[in-house]
Design a binder for this molecule. Structure first.
Ligand code: MG
Length: 163
């Protein structure tokens, strides 16, 4: 049994916020605004995992009105979602994420992001892909107003395991 899911997230960049992407704090004059740490990569991955088991979305599981998730570490939220997937009898085969950011250059941080995301999901870094690109100065992301992320996840369930 194989299932796949897709997720997307976008956050506005603002002064006085840390920039956290894929669980890595990246030196930058502005950071992402949000209720949690606003890690768009983690959030897109969470929605991909939830989508793969048809378990709703991040907003249902982590309401932004809940003080528990105020400034929350999104890696912890991602770990909770990975646990939910396993509780339903599925294992994560692989995930893939595409970060859309005009700046900063993310290439030097991709390796650490893959390690931290893999650890949070209980899988190996070679099962976790993170890619990054700009929007060629087009639109809101291209003007540097925000950073977005797309993600997919593939899950599998062994035949002899029950939901
Ligand atoms: Mg988000």
């Amino acid at each position: 049994m194989i299932r796949t899911g897709i997720g997307f997230d976008i956050h506005r960049l603002a002064e006085g916020r840390k920039l956290v992407l894929g669980g890595v704090t990246i030196p930058h004059p502005v950071g992402l605004e949000g209720h949690s740490d606003a890690d768009a990569v983690c959030h897109a991955l969470m929605d991909a995992l939830l989508g793969a088991v048809a378990a709703g979305d991040i907003g249902q599981h982590f309401p932004n009105t809940d003080p528990r998730w105020k400034n929350a570490d999104s890696l912890e939220m991602l770990a909770i979602v990975a646990g939910l997937v396993r509780a339903r009898g599925y294992e994560i085969a692989n995930t893939d994420a595409m970060v859309m950011a005009e700046a900063p250059r993310l290439a030097p941080h991709i390796g650490l992001m893959r390690e931290r995301l893999a650890a949070a999901m209980g899988i190996q870094p070679d099962q976790v892909s993170v890619k990054a690109g700009t929007h060629e100065k087009l639109g809101a992301i291209g003007r540097g107003e925000g950073i977005g992320a797309l993600a997919t996840a593939a899950l599998y369930r062994l035949e002899n395991r029950r939901m």
